[in-house]
Design a protein around this ligand. Sequence first.
Ligand SMILES: [Zn+2]
Length: 117
Amino acid sequence: METSRVFCKCPVCGDFYHILVRDPDWYEKMWPEGTPGELVPGTCIICFSELEKGCRVKIRKSICSDSASFLGKEGTVLDILTRSDGTLYKVEMSESVDDGQPKTVYFVRAELEKLKK
Ligand SMILES: [Zn+2]
């Protein structure tokens, strides 16, 4: 069966990706608001995984100016702060970038990738 690519953009982190679909009526069924071939909003696999307290995470993107120095570093989710405006993740970094002490930093979801325990 023939496959076609559907191009997507994650509304959380902004990454582009594609999925392979076999159903020629995919757009009609899954994205009837759109035009076949048009970009589709869809949460990427990294943002899709749910983060809970105690999760190990890696800083994969820097959206806020205070998070840039933590790119590539790992930490543990200490708390999750949710309001109608959105969610912030309070993360204790495994290593500090300046004074050698563990640091607690607040990130948005797009900046975090869940690590396997
Ligand atoms: Zn994403």
